[in-house]
Design a protein around this ligand. Structure first.
Ligand code: IPD
Ligand code: CA
Ligand code: CA
Ligand code: CA
Length: 263
């Protein structure tokens, strides 16, 4: 790893630790909750304040980079040229509001469209997952993670987002039927953590760039596949129907998709 990336990593970890402390403090006070597109799509004062805090910190660390933030305090991105930071200030806002648990702060760093570093901070458990090609591995705090076992769809649990299952998008019910079972956690970041820890073999969800930017870097580094549901690379400027899976499970799921001529 070059000196530059090492320094960047140290600065990001410091920034994220501060961000976590601020979130914990703000959680002591009543939240201001607003609806975005519908009653299940929420934003709170803490999401907004945390994004502002993170982006101000990123501008100090890396003044010439572009920053994409979910709540709109970053840049309007039209390309992935140069260094791009992608920020989700609170991933799992519904969990944050309803459970005060099971949410994450996430940052992914890309260089000319290629993932370099990823950070998923499990706030309530105080574990920071970080790594990527520039660090040569993935760590949960100081503990380096081993690659999860490459198990087939039939041999493990799969995470999914509720609406995909309810509407049976992309043969979700068939995929779940073939798997050992489904789990729905309500935070893409916490789902990624479970995959990194080998608790689930994959995850399927409609995701925006900030939902998957960090996870894609971390999971690729651990040999887990991240693609669209039909096996193509993600478009990191748009939303994607994302399939995250072990190599074997990805093969099994793509086969289920291909077998359906109506797709
Ligand atoms: C959401 C969560 C959720 C996923 C949604 C995301 P947010 O992120 O990750 O699990 O199903 O698609 O939008 O809005 O809470 O940051
Ligand atoms: Ca949101
Ligand atoms: Ca999110
Ligand atoms: Ca969010």
């Amino acid at each position: 790893m070059s000196q530059d990336w090492q320094q960047l990593n140290t600065a990001i970890i410091k920034l994220l630790k501060e961000a976590r402390q601020r979130v914990l403090t703000k959680m002591q006070d009543p939240l201001t909750v607003a609806e975005k597109s519908n009653r299940k799509d929420l934003v709170t004062n803490v999401d907004r304040a945390n994004e502002k805090f993170l982006i101000a910190g990123i501008r100090e660390i890396d003044p010439t980079a572009q920053v994409l933030g979910e709540e709109g305090f970053g840049d309007e991105l039209t390309s992935l040229d140069g260094r791009v930071w992608i920020v989700d200030p609170i991933d799992g806002t519904m969990n944050f509001v309803k459970q005060q648990d099971n949410f994450a702060i996430m940052i992914g760093i890309y260089q000319d469209g290629v993932g370099q570093l990823g950070y998923i901070y499990d706030v309530m458990n105080d574990v920071l997952y970080h790594g990527g090609p520039q660090l040569g591995g993935v760590w949960a705090d100081d503990r380096q993670l081993a690659a999860p076992a490459d198990i087939a769809l039939a041999d493990g649990l799969i995470g999914a987002s509720g609406p995909l299952v309810i509407h049976d998008v992309a043969h979700m019910q068939e995929i779940i039927h073939v798997s050992s079972g489904m789990r729905v956690l309500g935070s893409a970041g916490i789902e990624m953590i479970n995959i990194m820890n080998g608790k689930t073999l994959g995850y399927i969800s409609h995701l925006k760039p900030w939902d998957i930017a960090a996870g894609q870097v971390l999971l690729n580094e651990l040999g887990v596949q991240v693609s669209t549901i039909d096996g193509k690379p993600l478009d990191m400027l748009s939303s994607n129907l994302v399939l995250v899976a072990t190599k074997k499970a990805q093969r099994d799921i793509l086969r289920i998709e291909e077998d359906d001529v109506s797709l």
